[in-house]
Write a protein that binds this ligand. Structure first.
Ligand code: AMP
Length: 175
């Protein structure tokens, strides 16, 4: 069983030139899914974590499994306009245009220790917006965990520069 082999690559999605790393095949493989969740939380064994925060949308699938495994709460960070309650917003620059992520006010308490998860880190912009939201809530990001890193896009260095450790399971070149 190999996590890398369970990830499917779809060329030219959602636009020409992008190699889309599709983790739905990993999620659909019971051994790969369990191994990925176990491996993502392995470095944090014995550490206090109060909440898992995850980035929409594939991050939610991992975040729910991790929260259940650790018996802690789950907090969603969503694209603008999706969360029903009063939110804090954080905008960031994309290749073309801007995106905004939101976190419910009161979802995290000051001083809580949070693990932030998503399926993949590319430029790190989405993750950075998540970190800023968690910090604005007064909580601490004790680490960030991803199945995939695309090292050529520099996201890992960008997040480490914010003093957040990055844990990834596999790297893919060529994106
Ligand atoms: P970024 O903000 O640049 O780090 O982009 C990360 C977000 O975009 C994650 O939520 C990923 O799911 C998605 N993403 C970016 N590039 C890819 C890719 N090549 N394959 C799959 N998902 C991607």
């Amino acid at each position: 069983m190999n996590i890398r082999d369970s990830i499917r690559t779809i060329p030219d999605f959602p636009k020409p030139g992008i190699q889309f790393r599709d983790v739905t095949t990993l999620f659909g493989d019971p051994q790969a899914f369990r191994m990925a969740i176990d491996s993502l939380i392995h470095p944090y064994a014995g550490q206090r974590i109060d909440k898992v925060a995850a980035l929409e949308a594939r991050g939610f699938i991992m975040g729910g499994a991790i929260a259940h495994q650790l018996s802690i709460g789950f907090v969603p960070i969503r694209k603008a306009g999706k969360l029903p309650g009063k939110c804090m917003s954080e905008s960031y620059t994309l290749e073309y245009g801007e995106a905004t992520m939101e976190l419910h006010e009161g979802a995290l308490k000051p001083g809580e220790k949070v693990l932030l998860v998503d399926d993949l880190i590319a430029t790190g912009g989405t993750c950075e917006a998540g970190i800023k939201l968690i910090r604005r809530a007064g909580a601490h990001v004790i680490g960030s965990a991803f199945i995939i890193d695309l090292p050529e896009l520099g996201g890992r260095a960008r997040i480490e520069a914010l003093d957040v450790p990055v844990h990834v399971l596999v790297e893919f070149d060529g994106d």
